[in-house]
Design a protein around this ligand. Structure first.
Ligand code: PLP
Length: 379
């Protein structure tokens, strides 16, 4: 036994999910796997090799991109976040494609010393998310400016939807798509169209073929999670196919102590749980420092040999307690499932999100990068 808390990844899950998204949506173009934020908490070093069918990868930061290169990744990598003006040469030398939203970025590129490496830029169009992006009316001038800089190529253009997963009403997304198409039209007329056009996150890729263009940019679906209940409902009630998404990640630990506790004992910090009977309490070596949220205390449960054990008292930084009084044959160092399946039971990222007032994205992304990731053949 090498570790007391760990994450397991289903070896075949990522490519299975990618294939499902492609098959159900009928998409045949470039598939860009979004592996930002430690591959949505799954562990980027372990996940990326499992995404062998993805032709491109996308990350948030320059450092994430450089780390992929350091690990020998040779596929095109797109940096979706801002590249600091004083580190543009690093992006160029690492052959990372990156986005441009500011004229200052172009000014700083002009100042770089000459290189035989090309800089491939993607303009992000602001179509209504009001996050990063260039206003539609400013895009043609920026594209022209890029065309005039030596050693720089406008490789792509894209946008990101604000409200495509959280709703059954897709009017806002349709409006954003229409604004984006208007920009493409102008670029086409002026002979400035870049080769790679992309808008589709998982929900868009699954629900709306009109958002596909030449590349889709999916994250959550590759990890086997639905962007939301609304996306799944929309897919199920549409003519398009429904991908069979398989969660890739399980999160596990082991019992480090079992004790008899008398009735009337207050468990953990703050005494937020009082036993009402003589109880058997198991101590788990996992806490909020690992990403196991404090708010799970007195709300959620774990699985021991397919049986539910409620989390009692507050979750501490590195420990928590579960009530195993009603469970059969529980022993020291038994495996405990925090997230995933055990017997006929499952704790999904969505369920943990309900316990903690958040979404599956935040649940998995919040798992500490310090925990070991173990790749296993799925059961
Ligand atoms: C710019 C951009 N593209 C694509 C994605 C992937 O979205 P999803 O995980 O919903 O597929 C994200 C996710 O946050 C993003 O910020």
């Amino acid at each position: 036994m090498s570790s007391l808390v760990w994450v397991e990844l289903d070896e075949d899950g990522p490519d299975h999910n990618l294939d499902q998204i492609r098959k159900s949506s009928g998409f045949r173009g470039i598939h860009c796997a979004v592996v930002k934020s430690n591959a949505y908490g799954h562990g980027v070093k372990e996940m990326v090799p499992l995404l062998s069918s993805a032709q491109w990868l996308a990350v948030n930061s320059l450092d994430e991109g450089l780390e992929l290169r350091l690990n020998g990744e040779s596929r095109p990598v797109l940096v979706l976040g801002h590249v600091p003006l004083n580190r543009l040469a690093e992006a160029r030398d690492g052959e990372l494609r990156f986005i441009v939203c500011n004229s200052e970025t172009l000014d700083a590129i002009r100042e770089l010393s000459p290189s035989d490496k090309t800089i491939n830029l993607h303009i992000k169009v602001e179509t209504g998310t009001w996050r990063q992006g260039v206003l539609p009316e400013d895009v043609p001038a920026m594209a022209e400016e890029i065309a005039g800089i030596q050693g720089v190529v406008l490789d792509g253009i894209y946008t990101h939807f604000a409200n495509i997963e959280d709703t059954l009403n897709h009017q806002y997304a349709e409006m954003q798509l229409s604004r984006f198409q208007d920009v493409l039209q102008i670029l086409k007329q002026r002979g400035l169209m870049p080769p790679v056009v992309h808008t589709a996150c998982t929900a868009a890729a699954v629900l709306f073929p009109a958002t596909h263009f030449s590349m889709i940019r999916t994250g959550i679906g590759l990890y086997g999670l639905w962007p939301s209940r609304e996306t799944k409902l929309s897919a199920e009630s549409s003519e398009s196919g429904v991908p069979d998404l398989r969660p890739v990640l399980s999160w596990k630990t082991r019992i480090v102590q079992i004790k008899q506790v008398p009735a009337g004992s207050d468990i953990g910090y703050g005494g937020t749980y009082r036993t009402t009977r003589a109880s058997r309490i198991a101590v788990l070596p996992v806490g909020y420092a690992d990403g196991y949220r404090r708010s799970i205390g007195n709300t959620g449960w774990v699985l021991v040999s397919g049986q539910r054990a409620p989390v009692v008292g507050r979750v501490c930084m590195n420990l928590c307690m579960v009530d195993v009084t009603d469970l059969s044959s529980v022993r020291l160092e038994d495996e405990v499932v925090l997230l995933g399946r055990s017997g006929g039971e499952e704790i999904s990222a969505e369920l943990m999100g309900q316990w903690t007032g958040t979404i599956n994205y935040e649940v998995v992304t919040g798992i500490s990068p310090l925990l070991p990731r173990i790749v296993k053949k799925g059961e």
